[in-house]
Design a protein around this ligand. Structure first.
Ligand SMILES: Nc1nc2c(ncn2[C@@H]2O[C@H](COP(=O)(O)OP(=O)(O)OP(=O)(O)O)[C@@H](O)[C@H]2O)c(=O)[nH]1
Ligand SMILES: [Mg+2]
Length: 190
């Protein structure tokens, strides 16, 4: 049970026959801009540079498909909540997310909601969580960047996050320290 091959396939901004093909399940990565969605795809596949990352929020602007083991897709998406983009650019990215998750009719086997564990879920994270719940998505929450939490504060912070997230699996993760990949992969395959 491991990732043997990972390959970038295409970038998408609207309906596409690859997304309509139910033989290839989709695992979608969503979260605030800069939360680490693309970094998590790279650490999970053990391929630095597979998904483009940046310290500058707003890096990912399209729906990027990565084919794993010739069997399923990891779907890298733009982030939400990046205040510095123009109003128009932000609205466009949010419309793309809304369309993909709630209007397109495409199925996601799992939706992986990435939060910054050192900050905890923001208002916009909780809004996204509730929208996904309303649409009965299978949600996994990844608490990324745990390397930024002080050891002495860790248990308290994770407990607080669990209280806010409710009844979904929460995977502590650090793409930087390479922690949590096996747990996440197991949860994705369930
Ligand atoms: N300390 C720390 N930094 C991380 C971790 N994961 C990602 N980062 C950093 O966070 C920044 C954003 O990472 P990305 O993976 O590009 O984030 P994204 O969510 O894909 O961002 P957008 O594409 O802009 O929505 C980069 O500077 C990463 O190096 C982590 O586990 N720990
Ligand atoms: Mg990205």
């Amino acid at each position: 049970m491991s990732i043997r091959t990972a390959k970038f396939v295409t970038s998408i901004v609207g309906p596409d026959k690859l997304l309509a093909d139910k033989n290839f399940p989709q695992i979608a990565f969503i979260g605030r801009s800069n939360a680490g969605k693309s970094s998590i795809i790279n650490s999970l596949t053990n391929q630095a540079g597979l998904a483009k990352t940046s310290s500058f929020p707003g890096r990912t602007q399209q729906i990027n498909l990565f084919l794993i083991n010739k069997a399923f897709y990891l779907v890298d998406l733009p982030g939400y909540g990046y205040a510095k983009l123009s109003h128009e650019a932000r609205a466009q990215l949010e419309a793309l997310l809304n369309w993909y998750f709630f209007e397109s009719g495409y199925e996601q086997k799992k939706v992986v909601l990435i939060i910054d564990a050192s900050l905890g879920p923001t208002e916009s994270d909780l809004e996204m969580l509730h929208a996904l719940m309303q649409h009965e998505k299978n949600i996994i929450v990844v608490a990324n960047k745990i390397d930024k939490i002080k050891n002495s504060h860790y248990d308290e912070q994770m407990k607080k996050i669990a209280g806010q997230i409710g009844d979904h699996p929460i995977i502590p993760y650090s793409s930087e320290a390479r922690f949590g990949m096996n747990e996440l992969y197991k949860e994705i395959l369930k």
